[in-house]
Design a binder for this molecule. Structure first.
Ligand SMILES: [Zn+2]
Length: 135
Protein backbone atom coordinates (compact mmCIF):
# COMPACT_ATOMS: atom_id res chain seq x y z
CA UNK A 1 0.00 0.00 0.00
CA UNK A 2 1.43 3.35 -1.05
CA UNK A 3 1.18 5.96 1.70
CA UNK A 4 3.48 8.76 0.53
CA UNK A 5 4.24 10.25 -2.86
CA UNK A 6 7.31 12.45 -3.24
CA UNK A 7 7.61 14.77 -6.23
CA UNK A 8 10.88 16.27 -7.26
CA UNK A 9 10.31 20.00 -7.26
CA UNK A 10 10.91 20.55 -10.98
CA UNK A 11 8.50 17.70 -11.80
CA UNK A 12 5.74 19.16 -9.62
CA UNK A 13 6.35 22.56 -11.24
CA UNK A 14 6.15 21.00 -14.71
CA UNK A 15 2.84 19.27 -13.93
CA UNK A 16 1.36 22.60 -12.79
CA UNK A 17 2.79 24.67 -15.66
CA UNK A 18 1.70 22.09 -18.23
CA UNK A 19 -1.83 22.17 -16.81
CA UNK A 20 -1.83 25.97 -16.96
CA UNK A 21 -0.45 26.03 -20.52
CA UNK A 22 -3.12 23.62 -21.74
CA UNK A 23 -6.01 25.24 -19.85
CA UNK A 24 -8.97 25.16 -20.50
CA UNK A 25 -8.15 21.78 -22.03
CA UNK A 26 -6.86 18.90 -19.95
CA UNK A 27 -3.26 17.86 -20.06
CA UNK A 28 -1.98 14.36 -19.53
CA UNK A 29 1.51 13.16 -18.66
CA UNK A 30 3.11 9.86 -17.79
CA UNK A 31 5.01 10.00 -14.53
CA UNK A 32 8.23 8.04 -14.13
CA UNK A 33 10.09 7.29 -10.95
CA UNK A 34 10.47 4.49 -8.49
CA UNK A 35 8.60 2.72 -5.77
CA UNK A 36 10.20 1.65 -2.55
CA UNK A 37 8.33 0.15 0.37
CA UNK A 38 5.25 2.33 0.83
CA UNK A 39 6.70 5.36 -0.96
CA UNK A 40 6.84 6.52 -4.53
CA UNK A 41 9.28 9.06 -5.92
CA UNK A 42 8.29 10.85 -9.13
CA UNK A 43 11.34 12.29 -10.88
CA UNK A 44 10.52 12.34 -14.58
CA UNK A 45 7.62 13.12 -16.91
CA UNK A 46 6.88 11.80 -20.39
CA UNK A 47 4.27 13.03 -22.84
CA UNK A 48 2.27 9.91 -23.72
CA UNK A 49 2.26 8.81 -27.35
CA UNK A 50 -0.83 9.94 -29.25
CA UNK A 51 -2.19 11.88 -26.29
CA UNK A 52 -5.55 13.41 -27.12
CA UNK A 53 -6.07 16.79 -25.58
CA UNK A 54 -9.80 17.27 -25.36
CA UNK A 55 -12.28 19.15 -23.27
CA UNK A 56 -13.25 16.00 -21.41
CA UNK A 57 -11.11 13.18 -20.20
CA UNK A 58 -7.59 13.24 -21.60
CA UNK A 59 -7.82 9.62 -22.53
CA UNK A 60 -5.44 7.69 -24.66
CA UNK A 61 -5.58 4.11 -25.82
CA UNK A 62 -3.98 1.82 -23.27
CA UNK A 63 -2.35 -0.10 -26.10
CA UNK A 64 -0.20 2.96 -26.82
CA UNK A 65 1.37 2.98 -23.37
CA UNK A 66 5.03 2.03 -23.44
CA UNK A 67 6.09 -1.05 -21.54
CA UNK A 68 8.09 0.91 -19.04
CA UNK A 69 8.49 -0.33 -15.50
CA UNK A 70 9.49 3.11 -14.35
CA UNK A 71 6.04 4.50 -15.18
CA UNK A 72 4.38 4.97 -11.79
CA UNK A 73 1.15 6.37 -13.15
CA UNK A 74 -0.58 9.11 -15.08
CA UNK A 75 -1.03 12.75 -14.22
CA UNK A 76 -3.83 14.84 -15.72
CA UNK A 77 -5.42 18.19 -15.09
CA UNK A 78 -8.90 19.15 -13.96
CA UNK A 79 -9.77 22.54 -15.40
CA UNK A 80 -12.96 22.24 -13.32
CA UNK A 81 -10.90 22.68 -10.15
CA UNK A 82 -12.25 19.46 -8.65
CA UNK A 83 -9.33 17.83 -6.85
CA UNK A 84 -10.46 14.23 -6.94
CA UNK A 85 -10.66 11.52 -9.59
CA UNK A 86 -13.92 10.96 -11.44
CA UNK A 87 -15.40 7.49 -11.81
CA UNK A 88 -14.16 7.55 -15.38
CA UNK A 89 -10.66 8.44 -14.18
CA UNK A 90 -10.66 5.46 -11.82
CA UNK A 91 -11.86 3.22 -14.65
CA UNK A 92 -8.80 4.36 -16.64
CA UNK A 93 -6.40 3.94 -13.72
CA UNK A 94 -2.95 2.96 -14.90
CA UNK A 95 0.06 2.19 -12.73
CA UNK A 96 0.40 2.62 -8.99
CA UNK A 97 -0.88 6.17 -8.50
CA UNK A 98 -2.96 8.81 -10.26
CA UNK A 99 -2.12 12.48 -9.95
CA UNK A 100 -4.57 15.28 -10.57
CA UNK A 101 -3.68 18.93 -10.98
CA UNK A 102 -6.72 21.07 -10.23
CA UNK A 103 -7.38 24.61 -11.41
CA UNK A 104 -5.96 27.22 -10.64
CA UNK A 105 -2.69 25.20 -10.75
CA UNK A 106 -0.94 27.75 -8.54
CA UNK A 107 0.41 25.79 -5.61
CA UNK A 108 1.45 22.28 -4.63
CA UNK A 109 -1.87 22.03 -2.83
CA UNK A 110 -3.48 22.05 -6.29
CA UNK A 111 -1.89 18.63 -6.80
CA UNK A 112 -3.46 15.46 -5.48
CA UNK A 113 -2.12 11.90 -5.58
CA UNK A 114 -4.59 9.02 -5.39
CA UNK A 115 -4.54 5.25 -5.29
CA UNK A 116 -6.69 3.03 -7.48
CA UNK A 117 -9.55 3.26 -4.96
CA UNK A 118 -9.56 7.05 -5.27
CA UNK A 119 -8.13 7.55 -1.77
CA UNK A 120 -6.04 10.69 -1.47
CA UNK A 121 -2.42 9.99 -0.58
CA UNK A 122 -0.04 12.20 1.32
CA UNK A 123 2.35 14.00 -1.02
CA UNK A 124 5.49 15.99 -0.48
CA UNK A 125 7.75 18.12 -2.64
CA UNK A 126 11.43 17.22 -2.42
CA UNK A 127 14.54 18.77 -3.98
CA UNK A 128 15.52 17.59 -7.45
CA UNK A 129 17.79 14.55 -7.67
CA UNK A 130 16.93 13.54 -4.16
CA UNK A 131 16.99 9.80 -3.70
CA UNK A 132 14.95 7.45 -1.58
CA UNK A 133 18.12 5.50 -0.79
CA UNK A 134 19.68 8.52 0.86
CA UNK A 135 17.07 8.68 3.61
ZN1 LIG B 1 -10.04 13.45 -14.48
Amino acid sequence: MISLVRFEKSVANSILSSALDTYPRETILLMRGKAERDEILINDLVIPPLARHGLGFSGFPNIMLPLDLKVMGVSHSHPSGILRPSIQDLNHFYGKIMVIAAYPFQSYEDLGAFNSHGDKLQHRIVPDHDDLENR
